[in-house]
Write a protein that binds this ligand. Structure first.
Ligand code: FAD
Length: 339
């Protein structure tokens, strides 16, 4: 898309960013093309850097222009506003995906696609990240979300993360400094406030040498199980609600809680609670962010009425002003359906 349809302020910023070498640029970029739910309006400026120097130049530009910046990976855990975003979205370009092996240690760049990473690890005969098989995100997103499955998270294997702050400071974080907890990390918590955000550039993981065929068998088994369990034929964003240990103890995993409340098949507009797995919301076609937020609000209300628990979202919502909050928080600003 070109810059012609931007507001006057955004158009002026677009002209200035064109003069800089910050990576691939587009304007009024439809965010639904960068989100596995296929939902979201346009971002004023969309940048795909290929190297650290371009990221640093971009950070300096947004600071000088006073523009809001949001960093995304593959958009597999994000819901973008229907209005899109009046600022700059940064997504690593394809070239930001280097991968190298040194004994049992690997280093990967933030833009590497997790399925590719898992394949590389099988080929390298390194075990420890099989649980991430089938997670469709970027490596930077995986580290930020401490993603994983089967009660594991990538953080268990992290030795060091190299990241740059929005203020332009690049530094290495030890595993302890990354503050990993269930589907959470320092980098995710820091993103609550635009001033304290960091970009995960790359990370080093320590794995365990093992037989390639054993690792491959494990990965294929996990992929097979996921294909049977999840509604992968319709646009979705993986698990919507987080599996909070205290809620789990009380009532089980979120999918079971939503199912027990009789909410499979509940629909708002084009968004529906999956019949196959109740912790998934699928886009039946033409779903909007408001449909998804209204559906989340309705599920939370009905579950709360039933068992007295407010389910919280793993999926994060990107508002038109660049706020980044759990979708459950964004859904609280809506009125329940029909009221
Ligand atoms: C079909 C399906 C299955 C899934 N299964 C699982 C699963 O089993 N386990 C699991 O944990 N998740 C799962 N997910 C969710 C999702 O894939 C993970 O959370 C993944 O780690 C998100 O990566 P991403 O690159 O898509 O991040 P995005 O969704 O683009 O972003 C997520 C958050 O991370 C931030 N972020 C992304 N990249 C960076 C970076 N480089 N630096 C700083 N911040 C960054 C964003 O700002 C945002 O706050 C699934 C999703 C789908 C669609």
């Amino acid at each position: 898309m070109d810059a012609a349809s931007l507001s006057a302020g955004a158009k002026a910023a677009a002209e200035r960013i064109r003069a800089l070498d910050v990576g691939m640029l587009s304007f009024r970029e439809p965010l639904k093309e960068h989100c596995s739910w296929e939902i979201g309006g346009p971002a004023d400026i969309f940048v795909q850097p290929s190297e650290d120097a371009q990221v640093l130049r971009l950070l300096r530009f947004v600071r000088e222009e006073g523009l809001p910046l949001v960093v995304i990976g593959r958009g597999t855990n994000l819901l973008f506003a229907d209005e899109g975003f009046r600022g700059v979205v940064m997504k690593f370009g394809r070239r930001f995906s280097d991968f190298s092996v040194d004994g049992a240690s690997i280093r990967a760049r933030g833009g590497l696609w997790v399925p590719r990473l898992v394949k590389n690890l099988v080929e390298a005969g390194l075990s420890g990240l099989e649980h991430a098989a089938g997670i469709p995100g970027s490596f930077g997103g995986l580290v930020t979300m401490n993603g994983g499955s089967l009660r594991h998270g990538v953080g268990e294997r992290v030795v060091e993360v190299r990241a740059v702050s929005f203020a332009g400071e690049t530094r290495a974080f030890s595993r302890e400094e990354c503050g990993f907890s269930y589907r959470n990390s320092f980098f995710q918590r820091a993103s609550d406030s635009p001033e304290s955000r960091w970009i995960v550039l790359e990370a080093r993981l320590e794995l365990v040498p093992a037989e390639r065929n054993d690792i491959r068998r494990e990965v294929l088994g996990i992929l097979e199980e996921r294909r049977g369990k999840f509604p992968l034929d319709k646009p979705n964003c993986g698990s919507v609600f987080t599996n909070d240990p205290s809620v789990y103890e009380l009532a089980g995993p979120p999918g079971k809680i939503v199912e027990a409340a009789g909410l499979k098949g509940l629909r708002v507009g084009g968004a529906e609670v999956s019949h196959r797995h109740a912790n998934f919301i699928v886009n039946l076609g033409g779903a909007t962010a408001s449909d998804v937020l209204s559906l989340i609000a309705e599920i939370r209300r009905r579950v709360h009425d039933r068992i007295g628990v407010w389910l919280e979202c793993e999926v994060r919502y990107v508002g038109a002003d660049g706020t980044l909050v759990p979708a459950s928080t964004a859904s609280e600003n809506l009125r329940p359906e029909g009221k």
